[in-house]
Structure formats: C-alpha cells, structure tokens
Design a protein. Structure first.
Length: 318
C-alpha cells in the first residue's frame, strides 16, 4: 500500500514534473502535489515543481509562478514524482527523474506500464488528479489544493462528461467543491472560454474537416502556414479534436497540426468501437482508449491513410 508520508520520509529534496505540453490534468496534479508537499514538509525539505510554461488559463492556480525550468536544477533530487506520463514524456525533466534516488510514477494512462521504483498506475481513474487526491491526507487539503485538483479532473473528464467519470470521481469532486471556491467560474474560464484567435482556428478546422470511411471518420489539419498566420501555439488547439468527434455518425476523429515540415502531432478521439490508444501506441504514442495521440511523419495523406487503415480494421472487427 502506497503511503505518501513514508515515500518522502527523510528526503532533503523533492522534485515533481509532468508531461511536455502540459494539459489541465498535468498542471493540476503537479501543482496540487507541490502545494501539499510544501505545506506538509519541514524547512529541511526543498520541494520543486518543473513544467513547461502552462497556458495562461492556469494562472488561477496558487503559486503557479514558482514552476521552475528543469535546467535550473544542478543535482537530481532525493525523490522525484513523474505525474500523468511515463518518464520518456517528461522532456527536459527526464534526467532529474532518472538520477533521483527514489522515482515515483503516478499515472492513469493505459499505455504506461510504470517507469518508477514505485508506481501508482490506475487506468480506471479519471485523471492523475484523482489519483493524487487518493494519496493525500484529506484533513490537510486546503482550498488552493482543492482548486488545482478540481481543474485537473474537469479537464480530463470534459467536465464530468467522458466515460472515465465514475461515481468515485463525482464523490471526490463533491469533497473538493466543499472547500468553497467558485467552481462555476473555474469551469468557464479554464475549460470553455477561448480567445478570439483560438475560436477562429477552431472554426477553420471544423470548416475544412473531411469525412472518410463513409462518415465514420473525420479529419482536419492545421498546417504551419495557418499556425504562423494566427501566431498560434499548440495550446491554442486544445479542444478541436473533441469538437470534431461531436459530429453525428463519427466513430473516430483525427486532428493534427504540423510541427515541422511533414511532421504532424496527431490527436485522436473515438467512440467505444475504436481503441485509439492502441493505434497511437502502434505509431509510438499513447493515451487512453477514447483519447490518444502520437507524432507522425509524411504527407497529410500518408498520415491519414496509415491511421485510417487501423481505424477501418477495428471497425470491421467490432
Ligand atoms: P491530446 O490529443 O489531448 O494531446 O492527448 C490525448 C491523450 O493522449 C492524453 O492523455 C495524452 O497524454 C495522450 N498523448 C497525446 N500525445 C501523446 C504522445 O505522443 N505520446 C503518448 N505516450 N501519449 C500521448
Ligand atoms: Mn491525464
């Protein structure tokens, strides 16, 4: 049985990090654990959180300005937590994880087989934030910690809509809300609200989307010219894959954007009949059954053809 207090006993330094291009669950779980450990350890323990710059919408999370760049650390810490990913997706923080005395991996991705000396991997959990909640002493959760965990949960469940939402998720959310923050505003400002430019790109991606497999697949792409035109960052594209999936009749949506010439970051969303984690893993990525991603090279048509073959095969088998 994993006991957080036992795992960090005697540590002079603790590091926390999550995946590259951090999403709501990654930022929420890392910041919640950071706030908690700062509060629950003494002055003899230095706690640090390392992440790529989170999107502005997460500015509401307490002490988010204390996030450090991995380059700032000279020595790996005694204990390192990798959250919401396996170590290969930690980016620059990977070397800190690899060098740490105790490596703890907490994740809910089905594609993660555990890369720590201690692993808390549960693909049935809605989010890594839900897993972190389970590990904390409930009496020591305060409003700021609750807010960070709540943000993580709403982002990974699509505000309690996706099928990863369990009765347990809702009970946890109820407990978090009892801390008395403005949950309604938090959902609006961190999940639904978009900038004008984000909405424009989203509209364009929907307008230019193409159906395939007789309407059971849909794909849209944003190339580098469009990214440059709108001066858009990858974070500005969040939510487009799910919107495409909302098309009636579609079993699998593919959204991709060009990161380099003929290199595409692919996001997939699916219904019960297509396991996109399996497809993404085949192409070197990973994720969940209904939401996964990978990076692929080739022309737009190569990428779509390669993915479409796998989607079609799964649909035939289903
Ligand atoms: P998104 O499409 O929103 O970027 O990601 C959907 C899910 O797939 C998330 O849980 C994310 O962590 C995972 N994912 C996306 N891209 C990759 C990837 O390149 N590698 C792995 N292992 N997981 C990914
Ligand atoms: Mn997650």
């Amino acid at each position: 049985m994993f006991q957080l207090s036992e795992e960090i006993k005697g540590a002079g330094s603790i590091g926390i990090s999550g995946h590259i291009r951090p999403d709501g669950d990654c930022v929420g779980s890392c910041m919640a654990l950071y706030l908690y450990l700062k509060k629950c350890t003494g002055p003899e323990t230095e706690v640090s959180v390392y992440l790529e710059q989170p999107a502005d919408i997460f500015a509401q999370i307490a002490d988010i300005s204390e996030i450090k760049q991995p380059d700032a650390a000279t020595m790996p810490p005694d204990v390192f937590f990798a959250l919401d990913c396996e170590s290969s997706r930690l980016g620059k923080a990977e070397r800190l994880f690899d060098g740490a005395g105790r490596r703890i991996n907490i994740d809910h991705h089905i594609s993660n087989s555990g890369c720590g000396t201690v692993n808390v991997i549960d693909p049935t959990a809605s989010s890594t934030s839900e897993l972190v909640y389970r590990l904390l002493d409930k009496d020591r959760i305060d409003t700021e910690i609750a807010k960070a965990l709540y943000i993580g949960i709403i982002h990974d469940t699509g505000v309690f809509q996706y099928s990863n939402t369990s009765p347990e998720t809702l009970r946890i959310a109820a407990d978090l809300v009892s801390h008395g923050f403005d949950f309604s505003g938090l959902i609006q400002e961190t999940f639904y609200e978009k900038t004008y430019v984000q909405n424009q790109i989203m509209g364009r991606a929907l307008l230019e989307s193409i159906l395939f497999l007789h309407g059971r697949g849909i794909v849209s792409v944003v190339d580098r010219k469009v990214m440059d035109f709108y001066n858009a960052a990858p974070q500005d594209l969040d939510g487009i894959a799910s919107l495409l999936k909302n098309t009636r009749g579609v079993e699998c949506a593919i959204f991709m954007y060009e990161t380099d010439a003929m290199v595409y970051k692919v996001s997939m969303r699916s219904s019960d009949r297509v396991d996109v984690a399996q497809i993404a893993s085949y192409f070197g990525g990973g994720g969940h059954k209904k939401a996964a991603g990978c990076t692929m090279t080739g022309t737009f048509h190569d990428v779509v053809n390669n993915l479409s073959l796998h989607i079609e095969r799964q649909l035939e088998e289903a």
